[in-house]
Design a protein around this ligand. Structure first.
Ligand SMILES: Cc1cc2nc3c(=O)[nH]c(=O)nc-3n(C[C@H](O)[C@H](O)[C@H](O)COP(=O)(O)O)c2cc1C
Length: 147
């Protein structure tokens, strides 16, 4: 089975997890970058609100094609109990018919109420959700730094 790990990171902790996951799977790893550089303040305002409203953000053009992969792992930080807005841009990259595994990195690492909607959004892309994992990075919102 050919796997890809697609990730966004603001402070770098999700990147570490994505590296660990891709090494374990022998997967290709792809970074999704927001088109406009976000400040730390911009992560909280409007980033947190954008995450809660499931707003998508413009991302830099991607050079990878996910259609060649069977399983796609999406790794993203949690902002305000929702996946960061870049996650919504990642969803738009999903070809139909893929197995999708989600790794959400947060300070606390608890599962979220928003996970049910996250699952539905992936299913709406015609994909199967294998699991939504919660990873505790130990970096609380107040300790967040830009990478
Ligand atoms: C705007 C913002 C909101 C956050 N909201 C939460 C939250 O609701 N719950 C939580 O446990 N951590 C929250 N965090 C902490 C991040 O999810 C955590 O530090 C994560 O590891 C960041 O990943 P990164 O270093 O890849 O950007 C928030 C961080 C930011 C910047």
């Amino acid at each position: 089975m050919k796997s890809a790990v697609v990730y966004y990171t603001f402070g770098g902790s999700t990147e570490k997890e994505a590296a660990r996951i891709s090494a374990g799977l022998g997967a290709d790893r792809f970074f999704v970058r927001e088109a406009k550089k976000r400040s730390l303040l911009g992560a909280f305002i409007p980033g947190g609100l954008q995450a809660m409203m499931r707003k998508t953000v413009e991302i830099a053009p991607v050079k990878f094609d996910l259609s060649a992969y069977d399983r796609i792992c999406l790794c993203c930080p949690v902002w305000a109990a929702y996946p960061a807005p870049a996650f919504n841009a990642m969803l738009a990259l999903l070809p139909t018919g893929k197995e999708v595994e989600v790794f959400l990195c947060s300070g606390g690492g608890a599962a979220r109420k928003s996970d049910a909607q996250t699952r539905r959004l992936i299913e709406a892309r015609g994909c199967t959700v294998i699991a939504i994992h919660s990873i505790a990075t130990g970096t609380a919102p107040g300790k967040q730094k830009e990478a």
